[in-house]
Design a protein around this ligand. Sequence first.
Ligand code: UDP
Length: 238
Amino acid sequence: MALKFKRVLLKISGEALKGSSDEIYDKVKLEDTARQVISLTREGLQVGIVVGGGNIWRGKLAGTLELQKIDADYMGMFATIMNALAIEATIKKMGFEKVKVYSSLEIRTVTSSYNYRNAREKLDEGYIVIFAGGTGFSYFTTDTGACIRGIEIEADALLMAKNGTKGVYDSDPNINPNAKFLSNLSFHDLVVKNLKVMDSTAASLAHDGKLDIVVFDMNGQDNIIKIAHGELEATFIK
Ligand code: UDP
């Protein structure tokens, strides 16, 4: 089947790289994700990636070390940069050299400063482009960063990868066995039904920027490849 999109922004959580491992990273998950993204890029899909940092650190852990929220948030953003470098290195290790990391926070030694025009050019040239550092601001999330980057690179869709959930339900399927799966949603539904897909800042941005969102389960054989071909049951938000 043909690719469903020309250019996408794939959002992966930090936990997705950890899998069930006790370590920060699960090598198998990292390599499997890299393999699928490389395969899609070789097929002609333009892929941008935003990765979270929850496998390493989250702002809400500030209290555990009696830190200020802002410092803890910067630590979280640095965690996303570590994850971006881990994905970049894995992609290169697997023999695909055209990969570039742009960071919202200035780290000149190993990342490039973000510039949306350069990022679009690199995507056109067939690079896998990884956006690190979230928005670069505290009090935000990588979901918000993903929406901003998705809009700025003019992605056809933001592919929001979940771990073990095939999309959005009308209530928590882990708690309510009768929870109903929702395959098509509007942004209005998202707000009115108070569905927890992403934080409200991210949802509002996606709405304003007319960014389509696909919520899918990345766990499962070749699920990233499948969703890019429209071959996976998922939730489509327009
Ligand atoms: N973060 C931030 N600004 C951003 C993106 C992330 O301050 O633009 C921080 C925030 O503390 C967050 C952490 O980085 O908890 C990791 O990001 P992620 O979105 O993965 O957070 P999670 O949803 O896992 O808490």
